[in-house]
Design a protein around this ligand. Sequence first.
Ligand code: BTN
Length: 251
Amino acid sequence: MHRHFTATDSTNEEALRWGREGASHGAYVTADAQTAGRGRRGRAWSSPPGKGLYLSLIVRPGAPHRDSATLLPGLNFAACLAATRAVREVTGLTCHTKWPNDVLANGRKIAGLLSEAMWREGRLDFSVVGIGINVNQAQDDLPPRPLYPASSLFIESGQEWPINEVRDRWLHHFGNYYKRLEKGDWEQVRDEFWRRCAQRNREVIVQSEGETLTGTALALGSDGALLLETSSGMRRILAGDVVITHNAKAE
Ligand code: BTN
């Protein structure tokens, strides 16, 4: 099932409303434009009409997966990996993932992910996986981002691309990753995210819960947390923003 809007406040908001009314697993919402597109940490997601993919998918896991601690990080990693594959297939551009849930092309952010979970009696009822991919935005359409500048497939490749093709490839790949998560392949999905991750083995600066930490991004933990080697020991970061990635010291 698919609902498309010429304009809406936020496709995540639409999908949350639809999910509460009982929309089934796999139902998704798209829009040509969002008037109040949401990013992570209360940020806005710029969503000019007809320039980007704004899509929110309802994931309603079966009973055995509703208590899984790795399902939510798995969905985030799967959505980012699906975006790297979709972009590669449509445009030929090679992308990297950025922990916890961004996608970069040539070091610039071309996609972001906001997933929101709804709980019922302490168990996951459904999750909305909201993906924004900057497809045909020119630089003027994008907000300034000093550390990880925003970009689009158009800016990186010099040509415009069909948004519906990016959407279809993303849905296809996300569906495949989801099947793998259902089968219990969480570790392989996490490891693929890490192999494609721009921060792997790099010196990074991370902002997490009011703290700024510097260290080497060494691995992802069993729950998807970033394991950071700092001068005062190993830190496990469950939620945060990598604000700077330095070049590798040696690889
Ligand atoms: C981020 O990088 O901060 C996450 C951005 C997520 C944007 C997408 S666009 C479709 C969906 N609807 C929203 O309001 N947000 C997500």
